[in-house]
Structure formats: structure tokens, C-alpha cells
Design a protein around this ligand. Structure first.
Ligand code: MOS
Length: 744
């Protein structure tokens, strides 16, 4: 690599930005096909029971209505083995839409109406009359806490909580202690783009599927399994995804229903879910957590206890890492952690931006704040007193890199933390109490096996392709930057095409692993192309490179040049032309090097500082300022990186103050399944957010030293806001969101 980089680390604007703002970027529901028909989903309006009868006569009598598919007349599917999963399925019997007469949850898809127009299908969907036999249900896991259990089988990626030492004994002996219960509500992913699938029927039982997904390969494998199709007959594309946040990690029922209809009718079919139906296939689970902390006079932790009980469905055991962070974030010999589930008559929860850490860190970091007041110590000092350079969850292994201390320092300096009064309820401006809070964030820096393909043509164009999606995080842009950097080209000469199972296989886009993993794969592909071009150049008559090694040359400005004599150069396309080669192509793979990576904890970290103003009369809370300092390895693009953090911080504010899915447990139905009533921050609610990227060199996480940013912005933010609310008012709210009625 060159000393200074041309594209990597530069605030390049999104390469797909123009296509997005002009509408040229097409999303799953926007692809056209001759003879396309439209499917509208009929959702169950009962919460549990059996379908006795479906009367489709009035629906079928409507002009343009083609078919009403139900469990009674659906085509054959090979769900013979309910254990077959997808790349993100938890253990259990997976949900099968329109499989039989069972209704497991309110909003379950029970029929699909297909018509020549969307309007006809939507109208007819209201005319389908379904008779149910009702059964008893319980949608509120809180009323079944005594049934909590620890599942034996867990999902890959779930870390079994590991306790150490004797937390009970240490707690009983410690001079300072707190024990508190924290409540997090259910939340639903609500990306702007609703889940949608357009299946283009290509004839001969062959399908091109435009799906809203975070994993084209995942959707393809699912469709092939369920419908017994060969992957050769199923191509899945997702060139653009309008946000997903985890909702596209599993193949969702609109995909299944659209393919089923296309297969049955041998026609192209589109199914788009409504905003209300976006609340019917997975969510961040509601949970109850208990945190017990104890410490000495110096603030040094004597014990950490963290247990969580979370909701799951009757079908599957969904688990996420809620408590494991509490064993690794601070130095402590006595840790007791526990994770249990309670079954309710709801759909299975689903990974949602920083799954587990978002709720777990709210509890832990609120509790740390409570402990700081109990000791009478500055909350930032308390965290520094317990700083650890070792991951005690894993036998004290070291971190691949950890600049959290610098995050605390730089964030505090920018925020002006040292000027903060220790005492709560001590700063007032007119009618408003002002408070300041801090919290720590931590997330994984995961490395997933990824492949990309690079092709350089004699016209001087570089084409990057991969199956990976861009859910809005900036993947197109960073892959383009990395490719241009590696071959020394301008961005204009690089075209990145992704989200297609015809391209090289890629993992799900999620877990913040895409930038590091796919970026490294893209770099590897470009290195391989470089080597091929270099070999061609060496063989040219009178080549200035005949005696050179690859390490003796630089790739810059579309040319290859000798480091020790840069006047000796040749343009890359000339190399191809002179060699009579149209293009040079190579694949690159990046995969975890376990020997190198596993001996280290690999994490991103953040320090979040928030200021709030709380109306003394009405309890309205306004976040007036946020400073977040993030350590996430190498930053590929400070502009798109900052956007990721802004989005995360706004969501953390949302978690703290606004967001909750409200269920009427008598009916078992969600009450606020619309943007009118599912509250999220609007621009007016969002203050100035200062994002600091703390430099962090990491030669272990992956080839690029990039740790990923999709999730670290949300973690810690809710606790920082909640802690600021306490500092402002002296009132501790432990059940989110902190609505005004909880303040007065
Ligand atoms: Mo994220 S929950 O890995 O999309």
C-alpha cells in the first residue's frame, strides 16, 4: 500500500446517491414484468385458534381477482422438516405461512388474494370471510415470568452467559451496592421501505426474485428448500434495500407467498406488505432485567450481576446477547449472568440493530450510573476505575485493539464533562431542569467469510461484483473506494454491482461485519487482479518491469509505475491492449483466520455523552446535545461513517424517550402499528450530534483493520439519555421509554 491513501479514509459522497435521489435506484416493489399480478395478504384478526372455514366467494367474484390462496388450496411445499432453517433462524419449529389451520399470533398471514391490479386485490382481501375457533392466549410475557426457562439449544452467535467467582458473597460484603430492575418494551423495525417481493416468472419453473432482504443467498436457499427448486432456477436480486435493521435477516413471508403464487399461477407476482403488516414478523423482544452491582469506596467493582428474562414465541427460542457484555466491559472477579425466556402467543422476536446490546447496555449503564451516585463518585470516574484491557469472559484474552479510554477522554473534553456538577437536580434554566449523562457502548467486530469478484477491462474500467446487499449503510461506496484505491483508479472508473445471487456468494449484511469482511474480500480480489496485470506487464516487449517484483511497483492514476523510478510507467489498459487481453478477472475471499483472531476479543467501543432539558411542570424531555466518541478501527469513509453513527444515536434517543410497541393484551393485538402512533424522533427532536472517531489501529480483526459501524451508534445512547434525565431531575426511570407521564 502507498503511504498516503487517495480514497480510503476520504469523505466520499455515496456513489449510489444520485440513483437514489433521482429514483433510478429500483427497490423490490418497483421491478416490472409483463403480466405482473398483485398479491395482498389477509392477516388474522384473532390471536390464537384454528381456522374453521375460509369463504372466498365474494372476493373471487370481484373484477380482476384471479385467485385466493389459503392453506386449503396452496401448492405443495416441502416443509416436511420443520427444523430446516435459514441463516438467522433460532432453534425451534419455524413458522410456515398458509401451511395449516393453526393461528399462532395476531396478524398472522392466513390468505393471499391475487388480482390483475393492486387495488382489486386490496379491495377483495377485505371480502375474505374467515371463521375461527378461538383458543386461550397470553401475549404478555410479564404475566408468565414464573415459567421462565433457559433453552438448551441456542442460535449460533449466542454467547452462553458465563458466570465467575462468587457474586452473591461479594455483593453481601461490599460497602456500596445497588440492585435494580429495568424494563425494555417491544420495538418493531420500521425501515422506510416496506417488505416486498416481485417474482418474475421466466417460464419453465424458473424465477427471478426481487426481494427486500439482507441476504440474497439466504432468500435463494430458503425458496429452493421450501419449493424444492434447484438454485439454477432461482435468482434472487436486491440491488437496493430501503433500510432493514435486521428485519431482512430472515426470509419473510411476503417472499414465500409471492413465490408460492407465482408457482401456482405460472405468472409474475408482486406482494408488498402494508405498514401495519410490518409489525407481524419479528421485533426486538420485550425484556425484564435485573442488575446488581457492588463496589468499594474507591469505586472498584466487587460484583456484577445481570439477568434477563425476555419474551419469545411458542414456535422458536429467540435469544440475543443481552448480559454477556456485563462480564467483559469492566474488570471484575465476581460475575453472575443469566438469560431466560418466556413463551407468549406472539411472533418470534428477531435481531434488531445491535440485538441484545441495545437493551442490555441500557440496564448495565443505567446501573453503573446509579452506583456512582450511591458512592458519590463521578460516573465517568467510576467507569475509568474499572477499565479493563482484558476480556474476562474469555480467560483474560486481550483485545485486538481497544481505544475506549481515548473515547472517554476525547468525548468528555468535547462535551465539557469536567464542568458538570455532581449533584442531581442542581441546574435549572427557567422552567427547565438540565442534566448530563454518560454511558459506554460496546459491540462486536465480527469477520464473516466473504467473496467478491473484480474485473478490469482494456477500456480501463473496473467492475466489482458480489452477492452482498447494501441496506443503506454505504456498502456500494466503500467497496468502490477500496477497489479504486487498490488499483490506483478514479472512482468514476469503478462500477460496483451487488445484491444478486448470480454474483459471488456473500454473508448476510448485518452484525456490522459487512464493511470489514466484504471490504477485505474486495481488496483481495483487486490485489489478485493487480498481480495478473503485473504478470502481463512483465511479459511485454522491453517491459520496464521485466526484473521487478510486484512489491516494486505502485498502482496510481490508472498506471503501474516503478517505485524507485516513477518515470518508468505504463497505463493499465495499455498493458491489457498490448497483451491482447480484453479483461482480467479474479475473485477474492476474506475469511476469519482463527489462529490470529480468536485469541483476541474483537470489539468496537463508544462513549456517549448526552444533555437533556426537562420541563419542570410537564415532564417533557428534550435532548439538547449529544457527543459520541467511537473507536471502530479504520474509518473507510468519515462521511458515510458519521451518517451511520447519527442514525444509531437518533435511534438510541428513540429507545430512551419514544419508541415502544403497545399491545392490548386482552385482545392480544398491537395497538400502535402505524407511524402515527409508533413514536420515533422527528427532526425537531434531534439535537446537534457531535461524532468523534478515535483513531484505532487494528491488524487483527481483518485484512483492512475495519471494525464496522452499523450498530455501535445505538448502544449506550439510551442509558446516556436516561442518566442525563436522572441528573436533571433526580428521578430515575427504569422502564423505557421515558415518557412525560413517567416524569410527573
Ligand atoms: Mo443487524 S440486527 O445485524 O441488521
Amino acid at each position: 500500500m502507498k503511504e498516503s491513501q487517495t480514497w480510503i479514509g476520504k469523505p466520499v459522497s455515496r456513489v449510489d446517491g444520485y440513483a437514489k435521489v433521482t429514483g433510478a435506484a429500483r427497490y423490490a416493489a418497483e421491478f416490472k414484468s409483463d403480466g405482473l399480478v398483485y398479491g395482498v395478504v389477509v392477516s388474522s384478526d384473532v390471536t390464537k385458534g384454528k381456522i374453521l372455514k375460509i369463504d372466498s366467494r365474494s372476493a373471487l367474484a370481484c373484477d380482476g381477482v384471479i385467485e385466493v390462496i389459503t392453506h386449503e388450496n396452496r401448492p405443495k411445499v416441502s416443509f416436511w422438516n420443520r427444523k430446516f432453517g435459514d441463516q438467522d433462524s433460532p432453534p425451534g419449529d419455524h413458522f410456515r405461512a398458509l401451511y395449516d389451520s393453526e393461528v399462532y399470533y395476531s396478524g398472522q398471514p392466513v390468505a393471499l388474494v391475487i388480482a390483475e391490479t393492486f387495488e382489486a386485490a386490496r379491495y377483495a382481501a377485505k371480502l375474505v370471510v374467515i371463521t375461527y375457533e378461538l383458543e386461550e392466549y397470553e401475549t404478555d410475557f410479564h404475566s408468565r415470568l414464573e415459567e421462565a426457562y433457559a433453552p438448551k439449544e441456542t442460535k449460533p452467535g449466542f454467547e452462553k452467559p458465563k458466570s465467575r467467582g462468587d457474586a452473591d458473597e461479594a455483593f453481601s460484603q461490599a460497602p456500596h451496592k445497588i440492585s435494580a430492575e429495568y424494563d425494555s418494551p417491544t420495538q418493531h423495525h420500521n425501515p422506510m421501505e416496506m417488505h416486498a417481493t416481485t417474482v418474475v416468472y421466466e417460464g419453465d419453473d424458473t424465477y427471478t426474485i426481487y426481494d427486500k432482504t439482507q441476504g440474497t443467498a439466504n432468500s435463494q436457499a430458503y425458496v429452493c428448500q421450501v419449493f424444492g427448486l434447484s438454485p439454477k432456477k432461482v435468482r434472487v436480486r436486491a440491488p437496493f434495500v430501503g433500510g432493514a435493521f435486521g428485519s431482512g435477516l430472515r426470509p419473510q413471508y411476503q417472499l414465500y407467498l409471492a413465490v408460492m403464487a407465482a408457482k401456482k399461477l405460472q405468472r409474475s407476482v408482486r406482494v408488498v406488505l402494508t405498514r401495519q403488516q410490518m409489525f407481524s414478523f419479528g421485533h426486538r423482544p420485550a425484556s425484564v432485567q435485573t442488575v446488581k452491582l457492588s463496589a468499594g469506596e474507591d469505586g472498584v467493582l466487587h460484583s456484577v450481576g445481570h439477568s434477563v428474562t425476555a419474551e419469545t414465541s411458542q414456535l422458536e427460542d429467540y435469544m440475543e446477547n443481552v448480559v454477556s457484555w456485563s462480564g467483559m466491559l469492566y474488570k471484575c472477579e465476581n460475575v453472575e449472568v443469566k438469560h431466560e425466556l418466556v413463551k407468549a402467543d406472539i411472533f418470534t422476536p428477531l435481531d434488531m440493530r445491535a440485538p441484545g446490546a441495545t437493551s442490555g447496555l441500557f440496564a448495565l449503564e443505567s446501573a453503573m450510573d446509579e452506583l456512582s451516585y450511591e458512592i458519590g463518585m463521578d460516573p465517568l470516574e467510576l467507569r475509568l476505575a474499572n477499565y479493563t484491557e482484558k476480556d474476562q469472559n474469555y480467560f483474560g484474552r486481550s483485545f485486538s485493539s481497544k481505544e475506549l479510554r481515548a473515547c472517554y477522554e476525547q468525548g468528555a473534553a468535547k462535551f465539557g464533562w469536567s464542568k458538570r456538577a455532581l449533584k442531581p437536580r442542581s441546574l435549572r434554566e427557567g422552567k427547565k431542569w438540565i442534566g448530563q449523562g454518560v454511558a459506554t457502548g460496546v459491540w462486536d467486530a465480527l469477520h464473516m467469510k466473504s467473496t467478491a469478484s473484480a474485473e478490469f477491462t482494456s477500456k480501463g474500467e473496473l467492475k466489482i461484483t458480489s452477492g452482498v446487499t447494501d441496506i443503506g449503510t454505504g456498502t456500494y461506496t466503500i467497496l468502490t473506494q477500496i477497489a479504486a484505491e487498490t488499483l490506483g483508479l478514479n472512482l468514476e472508473n469503478v462500477t460496483t454491482s451487488i445484491g444478486d445471487t448470480d454474483f459471488t456468494p456473500a454473508p448476510l449484511q448485518g452484525g456490522s461485519w459487512t464493511a470489514g469482511s466484504m471490504g477485505s474480500a474486495t481488496q483481495a480480489a483487486c490485489f489478485a487482479v493487480r498481480e495478473k496485470i503485473f504478470k502481463l506487464a512483465k511479459k511485454l516487449p522491453d517491459s520496464p518491469f521485466s526484473d521487478a517484483e510486484l512489491s516494486d511497483v505502485l498502482f496510481e492514476g490508472g498506471e503501474m509505475l516503478l517505485k524507485k523510478d516513477p518515470s518508468r510507467s505504463v497505463s493499465l489498459n495499455d498493458v491489457l491492449k498490448s497483451s491482447r487481453v480484453d479483461s482480467v478477472k479474479a475473485e477474492g475471499t476474506s475469511a476469519p483466520n482463527y489462529l490470529k483472531e480468536l485469541p483476541h476479543a474483537r470489539n468496537t467501543h463508544s462513549a456517549v455523552f448526552a444533555e437533556v432539558k426537562v420541563d419542570a411542570d410537564f415532564g417533557m424531555i428534550e435532548v439538547s446535545r449529544v457527543v459520541v466518541a467511537v473507536a471502530a478501527g479504520k474509518i473507510l469513509n468519515p462521511k458515510t461513517a458519521r451518517s451511520q453513527i447519527l442514525g444509531g444515536v437518533v435511534w438510541g434517543m428513540s429507545q430512551a424517550l419514544f419508541e415502544e410497541t403497545v399491545t392490548d393484551h386482552r385482545l392480544g393485538r398491537i395497538l400502535n402499528h402505524s407511524f402515527a402512533e409508533y413514536h420515533i424522533p422527528v427532526n425537531r427532536d434531534v439535537p446537534e450530534i457531535d461524532v468523534i472517531f478515535v483513531p484505532e489501529a487494528d491488524s487483527i480483526v481483518n485484512e483492512l483493520g475495519v471494525k464496522g459501524l452499523g450498530e455501535i451508534g445505538i448502544v449506550g445512547t439510551a442509558a446516556a439519555v436516561a442518566n442525563a434525565v436522572f441528573h436533571a431531575t433526580g428521578k430515575r426511570v427504569r422502564n423505557l421509554p421515558i415518557r412525560p407521564d413517567k416524569m410527573v
